[in-house]
Design a binder for this molecule. Structure first.
Ligand code: ADP
Ligand code: MG
Length: 298
């Protein structure tokens, strides 16, 4: 933490009474991030020999928050405007020329409308989910769902996006795909986020792989695609809200919310997420879900 970036918002000192023990004396811990804030513990011994403990709580300074909010708004507005502009243009042409339009031209325009509707739909779902996760109001509605039905729904959703970049989806399963107890809409959203990222950040004309493997009491989903890879130093930050890699941010104005939502939703189901990337070769994002549905909070 850079101390200039943060403001001290709270400080309390605790002095141990006779008979009480403090874990360590004379140690100053490095600031640690706890629930979005920074904390620092300092321990020492007073003039009378009584140990004391000081807890400082920091918050990022307002201007830092504002900068990231402005950047987020700019990204999201761009994400909203780009598909809307394309949709407005295509529908206007269809309206003005519907009597003379050739079937394949019409097909292309309808594909454009569907593709951009999907982009908007997934952005808006991410915004709603991010708000729900942030204020603790997002609740899972779990029921039985087959892996096949989850994958099919996600595939139907992203197909227009994949088609536009000529990216085939190759699905490979290892073991009998289980029935899961999940919030199907949200797990489909998780798959859509990972597939949409592979679509957006992957190279055209290269297949995207979806691997589904039973691993004991968990099932693991991996989405892998060819691409430039993600440098090691950026990998640790990918699942943070608003984080976008320097090369990713150059691709288009995403929101930086997708992977943070993926992580939260998967963890609420009792699963885990991760990624691995071979620079210049492939990037893979994975998540697991417990097969018996007993993990996480309903
Ligand atoms: N499959 C991928 N290949 C390469 N980079 C990726 C991939 N998925 C995500 N990223 C990087 O991680 C960042 C965060 O992803 P995400 O949270 O989905 O936000 P967004 O897609 O809106 O930017 C992206 O901006 C991009 O830099
Ligand atoms: Mg994304």
């Amino acid at each position: 933490m850079d101390e200039q970036d943060v403001a001290l918002i709270e400080m309390h000192a605790v002095t141990a009474r006779a008979g009480e023990t403090i874990l360590a004396v004379g140690r100053r811990q490095a600031p640690r991030r706890v629930a979005g804030t920074w904390s620092m513990l300092t321990m020492g011994t007073g003039p009378t020999g009584a140990p004391w403990l000081l807890h400082r709580l920091y918050l990022r300074k307002k201007e830092k928050l504002d900068a990231s909010q402005v950047e987020f708004l700019a990204n999201v507005s761009h994400e909203l405007r780009t598909p809307l502009t394309a949709m407005a243009a295509a529908s206007q042409v269809m309206l003005q020329e519907y009597q003379s339009i050739q079937p394949d031209q019409l097909g292309n325009m309808l594909a454009l409308l569907v593709r951009n509707t999907r982009r908007l739909e997934s952005l808006v779902s991410n915004l709603i989910d991010a708000a729900g996760l942030q204020n603790g109001k997002l609740q899972l509605r779990k029921s039985a769902a087959t892996v096949q039905s989850l994958v099919r729904d996600a595939y139907d959703f992203v197909l227009p996006l994949l088609d536009a970049k000529h990216q085939r989806l190759e699905t490979r399963t290892t073991g009998e795909p289980p029935v899961l107890t999940v919030d199907a809409k949200r797990i489909v959203g998780v798959l859509v986020n990972l597939l949409a990222n592979a679509n957006r950040y992957g190279v055209p004309n290269e297949p995207i792989q979806l691997l589904i493997a039973n691993e004991g009491t968990f099932v693991r989903f991996t989405v892998r695609q060819k691409g430039p890879g993600i440098p090691k130093e950026e990998q640790a930050l990918l699942f943070e809200r608003f984080y976008r890699t320097s090369s990713g941010a150059a691709v288009s104005g995403g929101s930086g919310l997708g992977l943070a939502i993926v992580k939260d939703i998967v963890e609420m189901h009792g699963g885990t997420v991760g990624m691995h990337s071979k620079p210049g070769l492939t990037t893979a994002f994975w998540f697991t879900l417990p097969i018996d549905g007993s993990g996480g909070v309903a």
